[in-house]
Design a protein around this ligand. Sequence first.
Ligand code: GH3
Ligand code: MG
Ligand code: MG
Length: 445
Amino acid sequence: MSAVRDTTKERQRSNRRGFSWPWSWRVPLFDEPRPLIGYVTGVLACYVAFTGWEAAHTPLIAGDFSLFTALLCCGAVCVEASGRLGQPTGVWRDLLSAWWLPVALLLPPLYALAAPSALGLLSYLRVGRGAVYRRVFSSAALGLSGALASALFRWLLPAAPHGQDVSWLTYPGANAWLLRPQPAAAAIVCAIVFGLLNAGLVAVAAWLVDPEARLTDMLWDNERMMLDLTETCVGILVAIACALSTLLLVVALPPVVLLQRSLLHSQLTTQARTDPKTGVLNAGAWQGEATLAVDRARRRHECLAVLLADVDYFKRVNDTYGHLTGDAVLRTLAAEMRQQVRETDLVGRFGGEEFAIVLDGTTAAEAFLVAERIRRGVGVVRVLARDMAVGVTVSIGVAALGNHGLDLGELLESADQALYRAKRAGRDRVCLAGQADETDPAGGR
Ligand code: GH3
Ligand code: MG
Ligand code: MG
């Protein structure tokens, strides 16, 4: 305990001087769950051992080294060009694999091991700091995946003419053999292996941080699959350009930089619209989206409903189990609400422990049933705290466009009044706006 406190003090002192001492880096990793510490250490040990072995067995050749430097410079331009936009917090994606893949396919595994560490260090110094062990781990995971893809490529094509001391400016390029059908097919297979290995290594680490989450959910996510596919395709195209002539990197660089910047921009935009605690829309973003949805429904004479949900006796949860457990409960509730509605419905955090939902194309009666489903779903989810399962209930007010209001403001007011009635009637229930308690379709329950 005292060691942790001392190191934290040291970190505070060193931060004041604007410099972070290496020994303060150990704190975040050693605060993590033991299985994660073991896993990260194991991956790093494999990385070091593989790098040592490759360094001892790879002849250093001028042509290889120049190509490696050219690809690293392109990656560095990408880091610099996107760095000015800032960096999203938490897990975020970049398109740097566009440069790892050519390194893995065109050069021996040693270079694939070294490239992510070199650019990872640059990105750490130039863009953002964050937890060092995460950066080191992701560089090691990328390096190992790239090196294994590179070794596989060489195993599939034993005649691959690598390791010749060629001028890297020659045309047709020293690696033009890669464009023949068989090597091209092998390159695509290795690119897929590279992507899968890296995703697998990272997903296991994420699962060890949050064992409640399903490993398959971490691996199969539509958005992530699209990004992985784009990254792999861009990487293959850059490798092909590079195989023709390294000079073509000048042509490949601008579109990759632009893609990288737009990817980062979209992640920053999503983050600015998301409530960090619960992962649903924040109040401002919800308000904006909800106003558009209500206006659209009114123009098209379509139905739409708004739900306002408030957690019952939430203060007691905080008072009994602490605010961190309260936060975990809010996160779980938000996930449950998201799961109970369609992808297109808008779920937002309206206030502290209040959530608002817009249901497109939904009548008052249908919205009431959805609200009931949410109420029941929330009633059965539990969060573990001090070995106890903490559960809460919600009260929900429902208002429908046309029946209870003509714009978002009126709908929210009606839903709020219905919510107030639900609270007064005993909580853990749904009330429809404009109805007396006894006439609620569910009979107040
Ligand atoms: P009621 O059934 O009448 O809604 O009772 P309640 O205790 O939920 O209502 P009240 O408005 O008195 O308390 C809301 C509590 O929600 C108080 C506040 O500390 C807590 N809260 C608001 N935002 C957060 C948050 O982000 N995290 C945590 N842990 N608690 C929060
Ligand atoms: Mg409440
Ligand atoms: Mg409240």
